[in-house]
Design a protein around this ligand. Structure first.
Ligand code: SIN
Length: 306
């Protein structure tokens, strides 16, 4: 597993010039990790030129996680930048929308006047955002608004590498199969141990009916294959006996998140992290409950996986 914290304090990556052209006003520096790059010197509070947008888009496809440093942006500016990549998805837990901004899910462990201000256990298990929808997320953007002094990291696992390093016998066993994903897979389990999981209304349950997704998907923009199952949302492989399905899923989960596929992000103030849900799984490591963590998430709609 690889970690990067800051460009200034003993970085564990070597800055590598990336697609530099005359007139570039910002740097993209890949991490010395199985994924990820940081973007230095780009201010997302204003409009982005077509050329800068193309550079960011390319880097996102190449590195799967982009860390935009020092973004002092408003919720409207986060929404505007996110929308450049596609329509935004509204999370089923509308209780945790930022007031006035339904496109922003507040991810936070803070409880005010006995009421959680956000979803405090988002990312408790490895997952790809909204894989339980017919059109899961293309990518998500998480903006650090308030960080704990300790913990609060986010881990990302590279599902292309996971596929490419999967033993050939296992590749043959799973390629072409479909698996069921459901938002409710571990909802009751989470509900038992946290204050962040309200009882769902019939309307909310209707929004998250189980769907079948390919176990191995092809990235619609790069054509690379990626494992597309997760411990949070995938319940079974369709058409297999329960024990065989469980065994295959357990092997895929264990292989996918091996340390050599993982980058651990240690947040810096005002980081905006943009990840590709078609290429990655992610996990929130959590922080001591008495320390405040407040993040704003936008989620971009993607294609139906193939
Ligand atoms: C998420 O899974 O979207 C939240 C990740 C985090 O809070 O680090």
């Amino acid at each position: 597993m690889t970690t990067a914290t800051s460009a200034a304090s003993a970085p564990r990556h070597q800055p590598v010039p990336f697609a530099t052209g005359r007139g570039d006003t910002f740097d993209i520096r890949p991490f010395d990790a199985p994924l990820g790059a940081e973007v230095i010197g780009l201010d997302l509070s204003g409009p982005l030129s077509a050329e800068d947008f193309a550079r960011i888009h390319r880097a996102h496809l190449d590195f799967h996680v982009l860390v935009f440093r020092d973004q002092r942006i408003t919720p409207d500016q986060q929404v505007a930048f996110s929308r450049r990549f596609g329509p935004l998805q509204i999370h089923v837990l509308h209780q945790f929308q930022l007031p006035g901004h339904p496109e922003i899910l507040v991810v936070s462990n803070v409880v005010e006047n006995g009421k959680p201000i956000g979803l405090g256990d988002a990312g408790h298990f490895w997952h790809s955002d909204l894989s339980y929808k017919e059109k899961p997320s293309l990518g998500s953007l998480l903006h650090a608004r308030e960080l704990p002094a300790e913990g609060g990291d986010t881990l990302f696992a590279n599902m292309h590498l996971a596929w490419e390093t999967l033993p050939a016998s296992l590749q043959r066993a799973v390629d072409g199969l479909q698996a069921e994903h459901t938002y409710l897979a571990r909802y009751a389990e989470l509900q038992q141990r946290s204050p962040w999981r309200p009882n769902l209304t019939p309307e909310q349950i209707a929004q998250v009916r189980p769907v079948l997704q390919p176990v191995v998907r092809t990235h619609p923009e790069t054509g690379r294959k990626a494992i597309f199952v997760s411990e949070h949302f995938t319940t079974r492989i369709a058409g297999l006996p329960d024990d065989e399905s469980r065994d295959l899923l357990d092997q895929l989960f264990a292989h996918s998140t091996r340390p050599e596929h993982v980058y651990r992000h240690r947040w810096l103030e005002n980081d905006l992290v943009f990840w590709d849900n078609r290429s990655l799984l992610h996990l929130a490591a959590g922080c001591p409950p008495e320390l405040r963590r407040v993040m704003y998430r936008t989620t971009i709609e993607g294609d139906a996986p193939r």
